[in-house]
Design a protein around this ligand. Structure first.
Ligand code: NI
Length: 192
């Protein structure tokens, strides 16, 4: 077990479509080690989620874990219990979208405003290799979609809204100074 280095934008692994895992692989010691490394790395970097490609492993595994009382994510709303998803498939539920300012451990020091479906279903395998299905909405839906994008070679900056004359991508310091939401009703901030 170890804290691994989080790879940053420009590393080719972040642009690969990660491969799915077999049930045999999920039950292997290798998988258990991978999960432990991902947990330790996420905590060390202060993230609320992590996808395996971010530590250089191009496989379909992501974790999400954040708490309601986090000072770093005051607008995060509800907490989301520690969840490991393998071979996930995301389907939007309904037409409604929401926008959050996102950040990413692989794209440090930037924030970008991204619109995503507000409610989704995630079908995946759990750590026993059993099929599971969850419905997630609000901030957690954005967290899941951000992480699961990593498994498809997509970074949030690919999805930042573009509108001439508008700032939808900013450095973290300038974001805090000029753009941070002033109330709970405004868009929140996701920094994985
Ligand atoms: Ni990310």
């Amino acid at each position: 077990m170890a804290v691994r280095k989080v790879v940053r934008m420009g590393h080719p692994v972040l642009r690969q479509i990660a491969r799915s895992l077999t049930k045999e692989e999920i039950k292997s010691p290798w998988f258990e080690n991978l999960i432990q490394d991902m947990i330790e790395t996420m905590h060390d970097y202060g993230g609320i989620g992590l996808a395996a490609p971010q530590i250089g492993e191009s496989v379909q595994v992501a974790i999400v874990d954040y708490e309601e009382e986090s000072e770093r994510y005051p607008s995060a709303g509800k907490s989301y219990p520690f969840t490991i998803v393998v071979n996930p498939v995301v389907k939007p539920i309904g037409e409604e979208t929401q926008s959050f300012w996102e950040g990413c451990l692989s794209v440090p020091d930037l924030r970008g405003l991204v619109a995503r479906p507000k409610k989704i279903q995630v079908d995946y395998l759990d750590v026993q290799g059993k099929p599971q299905s969850i419905q997630v909405e609000g901030f957690a839906a954005t967290v899941f979609q951000h992480e699961l994008d990593h498994l498809q070679g997509v970074l949030y900056i690919d999805r930042v809204k573009t509108e001439l004359g508008k700032t939808h991508l900013a450095f973290s310091d300038e974001f805090v100074r000029y753009l941070a939401p002033k109330s709970e009703d405004d868009v929140g901030v996701l920094e994985e």
